[in-house]
Ligand binder design. Structure first.
Ligand SMILES: Cc1cc2nc3c(=O)[nH]c(=O)nc-3n(C[C@H](O)[C@H](O)[C@H](O)COP(=O)(O)OP(=O)(O)OC[C@H]3O[C@@H](n4cnc5c(N)ncnc54)[C@H](O)[C@@H]3O)c2cc1C
Length: 394
């Protein structure tokens, strides 16, 4: 059986971020990225947006930047704010993958579908299925597994952030390039949860326009088409346009704890390791924080510890929000509109990245519907609370 020092399972956002970092810090140690040949398991191309300082480590593949964001309330009121000192950036997954893969010299890529991982005191053993169907084993001193989670415990509140976006080209200039629209809450709202439009303008005639929901159940094709037709036609008044691409996805938003450390030799990273911020679905920045901590520990010869992408108190706050949305006690559209109306945007962005202090968080909390949040908190923590029936989701 082949033995390596480090095996990274999956070559998505988290797996490749870790490979990229280990390439730089681990010389003389063997690192492999195991990627499945099964097209059904590989994620389709996507775009990742995140905010950070003007200069960042992925700038070579940042395809667009916005220095202001706007939020449109249910009644059409628009709050527009500069993001300064942060910048909202977009990376296309294909550019990111090409950059990382081109830079890998010492880190090897191995083709195989991981069908099982047996943890042990000294090493973990991966079972791999090749494209020919043959099974092999690989032993690794440490395993970082980014395979998507299969489901969440019944006691957790789990919503889905599900969306479809059209890359559109309009027949005449329609988009305001100076700001991306983070949430347009004018769209019809579901009974529980929240729905909104999202617009990333690339030039005055080209944009990614998405319809998104934070709800339990995804829509069917017709549902997304109808929502996007309504949003682009009635609300954005785009007139004549061509759809030049489509992006669709489901991101789990869960109160389930997804620790990075999953065993003696096994860690989970990315969405599987809790990198997704439960209240927003943003994952890319969390995966960077997590893989940075792992790489730093390994570079110093330490065994990585918890390497959390998010702080516990932030996860608790997010849980309360998810509970309130899921129980229908929080009016999602009003909640988000108030949050953006009453708080400076850069502070909110830092809060979502986990870099605010308790006083700033109190200030943010004071601008939420406090009695409603307390009701949701009580619903979450009261004894015997295990969520609504049928909670197990995948
Ligand atoms: C369409 C879309 C858009 C998104 N946009 C944003 C955004 O703008 N900003 C943001 O922060 N987040 C965004 N997200 C959420 C999140 O950033 C992405 O889902 C991100 O790709 C998660 O990274 P990951 O490494 O955890 O998982 P993935 O990128 O899905 O990687 C998992 C990897 O595991 C591999 N794999 C799966 N099973 C096996 C197996 N059995 N054996 C071996 N390998 C296996 C897959 O092939 C894949 O390479 C988006 C999600 C989607 C779906």
């Amino acid at each position: 059986m082949e033995r390596v020092d480090v095996a990274i399972v999956g070559a998505g956002a988290a797996g490749l971020s870790l490979a990229h970092r280990l390439e730089r810090v681990l010389s003389g140690r063997s690192v492999v990225v195991v990627e499945t040949p099964d097209a059904g398991l590989r994620p389709p191309e996507r775009t990742w947006c995140f905010w950070e300082a003007p200069e960042g480590e992925w700038d070579a593949v940042v395809s667009h930047r916005w220095h202001a964001l706007s939020v449109v309330g249910p009644d059409g009121t628009t709050w527009r704010s500069p993001t300064d000192p942060l910048v909202y950036k977009m990376v296309r997954s294909r550019d990111f993958e090409a950059l990382v893969r081109d830079g890998l010299r010492r880190v090897r890529t191995l083709c195989g579908t991981v069908t099982g991982i047996a943890d042990g005191p000294e090493e973990a053993v991966l079972r791999l299925r090749g494209s020919d169907g043959a099974d092999t084993e690989l032993a690794a001193g440490l395993v970082f597994d980014s395979r998507p989670p299969r489901g969440f415990p019944a006691g957790a509140v789990t919503l889905r952030q599900h969306f479809r976006g059209w890359f559109v080209r309009t027949d005449r200039p329609r988009f305001d390039l100076s700001a991306a629209v983070l949430m347009d809450l004018r769209v019809p709202q579901p009974d529980r949860g929240v729905a909104f439009g999202y617009v990333l303008p690339f030039d005055s005639r080209t944009a990614l326009v998405e319809y998104t929901e934070f709800t339990r159940d995804v829509l069917d094709d017709a549902g997304y088409e109808e929502a996007l037709r309504d949003y682009t036609g009635r609300l954005l008044e785009l007139g004549v346009f061509t759809i030049i691409g489509v992006e669709q996805g489901v991101i789990p938003m869960t109160s389930a704890r997804l620790p990075t450390r999953a065993g003696r030799r096994v860690y989970r990273i990315g969405t599987a390791g809790g990198a997704t911020r439960p209240a927003t679905g943003y994952t890319f920045a969390g995966a960077q924080r997590q893989t940075r901590q792992i790489a730093a520990a390994l570079a110093e010869g330490r065994t990585p510890g918890r390497c959390p992408a998010h702080r516990r108190r932030h996860l608790l706050m997010d849980t309360v929000l998810l509970r309130g949305l899921d129980d229908g006690v929080i009016d999602g559209a009003e909640f988000f509109a108030t949050l953006f109306r009453d708080n400076p945007l850069p502070r909110l962005l830092r809060f979502l990245d986990g870099t605010t202090g308790p006083l700033e968080e109190l200030a943010i909390g004071a601008h939420t519907p406090v009695p409603t949040m307390l009701t949701a908190l009580w619903a979450q923590i009261r004894p015997g609370q295990h969520g609504r029936s049928g909670d197990t989701q995948s």
